[in-house]
Design a protein around this ligand. Structure first.
Ligand SMILES: [Fe+2]
Length: 572
């Protein structure tokens, strides 16, 4: 029997659509890549249309639609909470209830327009944390595993602890708003002058610049994990429970004035120390949760999902210190991945189908052929050179070895926040000046932010203290002490790196490029950063890539088999 499922996420942020065809993920696309509005929460109309086109389906072929929120879930908990807030309940009710209603209306408006007369697909509103972590488990490589979902909040839950076996799962425990690790970390993000629910990765990157001990004692009493696995938060420091600014008056009295939310605003020592203390305490909390789950479930493996699962430093510590052999985080661990999780929950749990798919390949987006690339190059009257397979990797490796910065646009686009070798900006990681050069000339972003290395999985142990695969850059590890100076442009101040292990089976061209680079430089490692400028989504199309290339200091652009150079760069 044919089963086509359309998975959707758009309630909070990172609107996404995907198609699961007979239990296999055939395409997943974030709406931001098409509308060019980063983290958009608009209904993913364009992503749906492109997903259907790529999957070779029409709307009539869709049997089920899975949406990664259940609007009526925990309704009475929300009402009781709003009444408890007393005089502050009006803005809370306004924000929460109106937003939910407008989201539901947007879906039905689309549904009724799309299916005016015909029979409509079955509609499933899937609880948010089930979409996150149960859905992740269903596409993980594990037959059974402990489950940990952590984010700001879903409908009302903030964490989900459970166990998954085959196509079943059991919830052990949940925490509910305002006991939220994600919201607490957002307060630190806000204090450091970054955008909340958006820039938490910057707080994580800033943390090694500060001293975690300065505020360590006080922060350890702000949020913690109890012996029964529940979250504790001293809400007197925070304001997020009223759905407005995250930091409360007491927060400022304790830590001082926040940094202004401006790129050029100065980082005072207190901002760095707050980032360091909150990051350390978050790691301790997640580690404790993981250890408690390990003791309770006796499982070998852990599946982590939710916005907090994007904290790759904490994930790295869980791998090394929790007792689990390894953990699985899907490449789109944030809300984008809930579209995939909701679809697989419908397939495996609601429809009871056996699991037959592992989401170990992040390249599930749009793709452009050489002929479509050529059309754009001719239209824009650009100089280009066609370079055949094999020679392309050799030539690109030579450019990189010469210290040039290359935009690398290949094959199907990645899902999730990281560029993993198909929509990437690449550079030589052995040149110490490369980090500052790319930050200043290409990415136009804060100087403290580190760049990540990509390395074939078989070569990784020669350079990194990493003995598990990390194809999605989600488990930060240490660079081997004697390799830190060699890989200076991708080693963070604390000696760590957000490594991507590259696998020949899922990205043979990128794998070959790394091997060619090793022949010239002695290291099979490249600096890999996402193909975008600060504040913009990763490029989706050749047009996006060309625009980004000519508006930044990149030297060469490799679009499939076509190589484009800037006039200032050396001749071919
Ligand atoms: Fe979420």
């Amino acid at each position: 029997m044919r089963i086509n499922i359309l998975g959707l996420n758009y309630f909070y942020h990172d609107s996404t659509a995907c198609i699961v065809k007979d239990g296999r993920l055939v395409v997943a696309l974030e709406e931001e890549r098409l509308t060019r509005q980063k983290h958009t929460c608009m209904f993913p109309q364009q992503a749906i249309a492109r997903c259907l086109e790529i999957a070779g389906l029409t709307t009539e072929d869709i049997d089920h639609i899975a949406i990664s929120v259940q609007p009526k879930l925990d309704y009475y908990k929300k009402v009781a909470y709003a009444f408890k807030l007393g005089r502050k309940m009006k803005p809370f009710i306004g924000a929460e209830f109106l937003a939910t209603r407008s989201k539901v209306n947007a879906f039905y408006a689309w549904l009724n327009t799309t299916y005016p007369n015909n029979k409509k697909p079955n509609i499933h509103f899937v609880p948010h944390h089930i979409s996150h972590v149960v859905g992740s488990f269903f596409v993980s490589p594990y037959e059974s595993a402990a489950l940990l979902g952590v984010d700001g909040s879903g409908e009302w839950a903030t964490t989900f602890k459970g166990i998954g076996r085959a196509n079943t799962f059991q919830c052990i425990d949940q925490d509910f708003f305002p006991m939220s690790l994600g919201s607490v970390y957002e307060a630190a993000t806000e204090f450091c002058g970054f955008k909340t629910n958006y820039d938490e990765g910057k707080t994580m990157g800033l943390a090694p610049m500060g001293n975690p001990e300065t505020f360590g004692k006080v922060v350890s009493k702000l949020f913690w994990i109890n012996e029964d696995m529940s979250i504790g938060v001293d809400l007197s420091y925070f304001n997020y429970q009223y759905y407005s600014r995250r930091c409360g008056k007491k927060f400022y009295e304790t830590f001082g004035q926040p940094r202004e939310q401006k790129k050029e605003a100065v980082f005072e020592k207190r901002h760095l120390d707050v980032a360091a203390a909150f990051q350390k305490q978050l790691e301790e909390c997640l580690l404790k949760l993981a250890r408690q789950l390990h003791e309770r479930t006796h499982e070998d493996y852990l599946v982590v999902a939710g916005g907090v699962a994007l904290n790759s430093v904490a994930n790295g510590r869980i791998v090394r210190e929790s007792g689990f052999k390894d953990l699985y985080v899907m490449p789109a661990a944030g809300d984008n991945g809930t579209a995939i999780g909701a679809a697989f929950y419908v397939h495996n749990s609601i429809l009871g189908q056996p699991r037959a798919f592992v989401h170990d390949d992040p390249y599930v987006g749009t793709k452009y052929s050489n002929s479509s690339v050529l059309k754009f190059l001719e239209e824009f009257k650009l100089d280009y050179q066609y370079v055949p397979d094999g020679k392309l990797e050799i030539m690109t490796a030579e450019l990189l070895h010469r210290g040039l910065i290359v935009g690398w646009f290949q094959g199907q686009m990645e899902i999730g926040p990281r560029a993993l070798g198909n929509r990437s900006i690449l550079a030589n990681p052995t040149l110490p000046e490369m980090k500052d050069k790319i930050n200043a000339q290409v990415k136009h972003r804060e100087a403290f932010r580190p760049f990540a290395p990509s390395c074939p999985i078989e070569d990784a142990p020669r350079f990194f203290e990493q003995n598990v695969a990390d194809p999605f850059m989600l488990k930060v590890c240490r660079v081997l002490p004697d390799k830190q100076a060699v890989l200076s442009a991708v080693t963070h101040v604390d000696g760590t790196a957000r490594l991507q292990t590259v696998h020949q089976e899922t990205n043979s061209r990128f794998h070959k490029l790394l091997k060619e680079f090793e022949k010239l430089s002695g290291v099979p490692v490249l600096l890999n950063t996402s193909f975008n400028v600060m504040g913009e989504p990763i490029v989706e199309s050749p047009v996006d890539a060309i625009r980004c290339f000519f508006s930044t200091g990149m030297d060469y652009l490799v679009l499939e088999n076509y190589v484009i150079r800037k006039k200032m760069a050396n001749a071919f």
